[in-house]
Design a protein around this ligand. Structure first.
Ligand code: GLA
Length: 384
């Protein structure tokens, strides 16, 4: 219990407790920062953040899961190094809130507990950001609506931590609902939900591959997409972002993209085709056509593997193993990539035994067991 952990660390009761879930990217790989449409689900694994005011100017933080505890002064709200690194996501949120005008006349104690596996590709970072934002806004009486709270989380990543991510993770953690798929139009920040097809389940397989340079590779892909966006914008000013362009526009600009740098064309082709798949997904979900849903998931994976090149042999193997199983509609890489997780959408008959068989095949090939779990969808972030 978060309250017990908070009390054991700070010897007082928390005044506010907030929570936020982890997320799965359903489809729309690397489409968010290209201003297209993406979909994700909030999972019922969450981070809880509890806070209480202090009568000095210090920020004390403790994380049960990371087994870290440290403090800084209010005038030291900047990116931390070494053993204070675990404070960076909450500090990034505090920084974004202060930029928006939140007054912080005194320090605070903050503790977090988590059931979101960290480093597993389900965005524990967005969860800690959103839970922190809700807790601090309540503590300092600075009401923000849901969209603003989501944008604060994204700003913490973009400006404080230095990760050029889009809005998918924070958006799904904020707007998630039980049994629902969150759809985000990243150009207009329009959020809506679609019902998760009845009788379907997500299974998550963690490859255990943590790419040390994830942020570097991610930033490189981001950069290639921005170059491609620039090229289509010069071709016709009506294309204000890469997702505005169609596959034929990207084809028409192929030689310009190839002249601008290696693989820019392939990255752009992935983004525009993936964006089109998200729109098709919407139709398939509306019709309840689960075969089409599964095919789109797999097509998304193949494009990540071949065009965007953000998969890895471990994830490819998991996806192929899952696709070969009965009761699986579709499987794909989910999230930033370069390691992380594969997800499968299954019917209710997909069993623990089948999942264990996939894990055993993985172990036989790669010499290590992947963690796997079946998820339940859950509500979005807010006060607990
Ligand atoms: C990470 C980022 C998201 C999104 C995905 C890829 O999860 O944080 O913004 O770009 O990768 O779709």
């Amino acid at each position: 219990m978060i309250q017990d952990y908070f009390k054991s660390v700070f010897k007082c009761e928390p005044t506010i407790v907030a929570q936020a879930p982890g997320r799965l990217e359903f489809i729309g790989n690397h489409v968010d920062y290209n201003n297209g449409v993406v979909m994700g689900v909030a999972i019922d694994n969450r981070i809880y953040v509890a806070v209480s005011p202090r009568d000095d100017n210090e920020i004390h933080m403790a994380s049960e899961g990371l087994r870290c505890r440290d403090s800084i002064n209010l005038d030291q709200v900047k990116l931390q190094d070494g053993k204070k690194k675990f404070m960076n996501y909450p500090l990034g949120v505090l920084d974004a809130l202060m930029r928006r005008g939140m007054k912080v006349p005194h320090g605070f104690n903050m503790a977090d507990t988590s059931t979101v596996p960290s480093g597993a590709g389900v965005s524990s970072s967005a969860a800690i950001e959103l839970a922190t934002a809700y807790a601090l806004c309540a503590l300092y009486n600075f009401p923000l609506n849901k969209l603003e709270t989501v944008l604060v989380g994204k700003e913490a990543e973009n400006k404080f931590v230095g990760m050029p991510c889009g809005i998918l993770d924070q958006g799904v953690s904020g707007f998630g609902e039980k049994d629902a798929i969150v759809r985000i139009d990243c150009k207009t920040n329009d959020f809506s939900t679609l019902p998760l097809p009845a009788g379907t389940y997500f299974w998550v397989f963690n490859s255990g591959v943590k790419h040390a340079l994830v942020a570097g590779d991610y930033a490189q892909r981001h950069d290639a997409c921005m170059k491609a966006a620039d090229i289509v914008g010069k071709y016709d000013a009506k294309y204000t972002c890469l997702a505005d362009a169609s596959a034929s526009v990207v084809m028409a600009n192929r030689s310009r993209m190839e002249a601008a740098g290696a693989k820019i064309f392939e990255r752009a082709k992935h983004v525009v085709e993936e964006n089109a798949r998200v729109i098709e997904m919407q139709e398939a979900l509306k019709k309840g056509d689960l075969t089409a849903v599964g095919n789109l998931m797999y097509a998304s994976h193949c494009s990540s593997r071949d065009l965007f090149e953000n998969s890895c042999p471990e994830i490819d193997f998991l996806v192929e193993q899952l696709m070969a199983q009965d009761n699986v509609y579709g499987a794909r890489l989910s999230g930033g990539g370069f390691g992380g997780i594969a997800i499968a959408l299954t019917n209710g008959d997909f069993s623990e035994t089948q999942a264990a068989a996939v894990a055993a095949a993985f172990e036989a090939k790669f010499g290590k067991k992947p963690n796997f779990f079946k998820t339940t969808t859950g509500k979005g972030a807010g006060l607990a």
